[in-house]
Design a protein around this ligand. Structure first.
Ligand code: AMP
Ligand code: GLY
Length: 437
């Protein structure tokens, strides 16, 4: 029985580990009624009902939410946000956690986000932007390496090339204009390369108040020692030891509030989760990217530390009452190790049976949650791999060292053919903690 009679039925869009973490936390709310996840995955099926629905079709999503009496729609991934799904849901009179298409431009266009930061004087890397190959190549040669070449539009996490040599930067420019990233590469942003530890900072906002969540650290490269290709993220830890209280204060004043205010000034009021990809440079924190949504796999370490009711917080974001709502995080730590299909992020096989789990979780493991991303359940009930990132094993503990060792021990109990995981998630964070002492 739910403690509160006024329950809210929810529609959650997406199918990754992030959505499993969101689904688990929403389902745990005493005010949660029915939870639909579209399309969901093998893990979200244990938190609510997976439904078949094109999550990028604004009219279809709004119609589903209306016909099922949903009192809240939560949008996980960027594609439906950029496609204007939140606008359609709100136009149908249903509260929606997530920005409209105008707000989602901060992720949908790198050039838009650079111009916004320029106008609002928000610290970020110096840049040039180009719509033709010849001028871009001329700029690259004039600046010299290292440089970072970015396709303007959404490129499924692949459109950023960090070029340490001039020839790499030239090649990246040719790739962008040659169509490797489709229309996303028609405009190219070329940035100065920043240095320093990276930090992911997610924040709730209702357009009036910004409430930062606990900081986290992603591990984007496919292999140990930050080698190999960039991926969506191979593991995360929270909190990020480089993100000190002083840093948090500077970020609030120079980045978070100015970003919210700049969006408001342009009638792009943002109600949802702002994701600040920060580089903590020797000259202070700078923005390397904005996302208009929760991070994946950052969510899998941030939400397990949230002690407040996520449904309440999300509702407050839609109603503009965030300032009066408690958002409390535990002072413990969390670590998430991603179990990926060998070959990810390029070519990998699917359909491999997964062993070690019972009802999608590890039996007998306390403080461990297995978040599903690329999993599916076959007709005969077997849990199989269905994507590049398959599972995220999250453990929480009083300190990062406990959380990390527990996550790795738990991950050892799960197997599937060609499983690949990094073995050094969190080591940099542990080193930073040791140096602090
Ligand atoms: P993104 O896809 O925008 O998250 O970028 C992928 C990765 O590229 C980031 O996590 C950074 O490691 C790196 N990156 C992006 N922009 C810069 C920059 N200006 N300087 C150094 N590294 C960057
Ligand atoms: N983990 C990086 C992202 O969600 O964009």
């Amino acid at each position: 029985m739910k403690a509160d009679t006024q329950t809210i039925d929810i529609l959650l869009l997406g199918s990754g580990g992030r959505e499993h973490a969101l689904a688990a936390k929403l389902a745990a709310s005493p005010r949660a009624g029915k939870l639909y996840i579209a399309p969901g995955n093998g893990g979200t099926a244990n938190c609510g009902e997976n439904v078949v629905l094109d999550d990028c079709d604004p009219a279809a999503v709004a119609a589903f939410a209306q016909s099922h009496g949903c009192g809240l729609v939560v949008i996980g991934p960027e594609a439906p946000l950029v496609a204007g799904v939140a606008d359609a849901v709100r136009a149908a009179g249903i509260p929606c956690f997530g920005p409209g298409a105008e707000g989602a431009q901060m992720e949908g266009s790198k050039l838009f986000s650079k111009q916004l930061m320029e106008r609002a004087n928000i610290p970020t890397a110096a840049y040039g932007s180009f719509t033709d190959e010849a001028s871009a190549l001329a700029y690259v040669r004039e600046q010299g390496a290292p440089l970072v070449v970015k396709a303007d539009g959404l490129a499924a996490g692949k459109g950023v090339i960090v070029a340490t040599e001039l020839s790499q930067a030239e090649e990246a420019v040719r790739e962008c204009f040659g169509g490797t990233f489709g229309d996303a590469g028609n405009t190219v942003v070329i940035e100065e390369m920043l240095t320093g530890p990276e930090c992911s900072l997610l924040a709730f906002t209702d357009g009036k108040t910004v409430v930062p969540m606990v900081s986290s650290m992603d591990h984007k490269r496919a292999h140990d020692h930050d080698e190999g290709l960039n991926t969506g993220g191979m593991g995360t830890v929270a909190p990020n030891p480089y993100y000190t209280e002083d840093m948090a204060h500077v970020c609030m004043e120079t980045i978070f509030l100015p970003t919210m205010e700049a969006m408001n000034a342009e009638n792009r009021t943002f109600r949802g989760c702002l994701y600040f990809g920060l580089m903590l440079t020797p000259k202070g924190p700078k923005v390397i990217e904005y996302n208009c949504r929760f991070g994946d796999p950052e969510t899998q370490v941030v939400l397990p530390l949230l002690e407040s009711d996520l449904l309440k917080v999300m509702t407050a974001c839609t109603e503009g009452t965030l300032a009066d709502t408690e958002v409390r995080f535990s002072d413990g730590a969390a670590a998430c190790v991603i179990l990926a299909s060998g070959g990810y992020p390029v070519a990998y096989e699917k359909g491999k049976p997964i062993t070690g789990l019972v009802d999608g979780q590890l039996p007998g493991e306390e403080n461990v949650t297995v978040y599903h991303s690329g999993t599916a359940i076959t007709e005969d009930g077997t849990l199989v791999t269905a994507g590049g990132r398959v599972l995220g094993v999250t453990a929480t503990g009083p300190r990062l060292t406990n959380a990390l060792s527990h996550a790795y021990e738990a991950a050892e109990k799960i197997s599937f053919e060609k499983l690949h995981k990094r073995s050094d998630i969190g080591l940099r964070a542990l080193k930073a903690l040791a140096e602090k002492q």
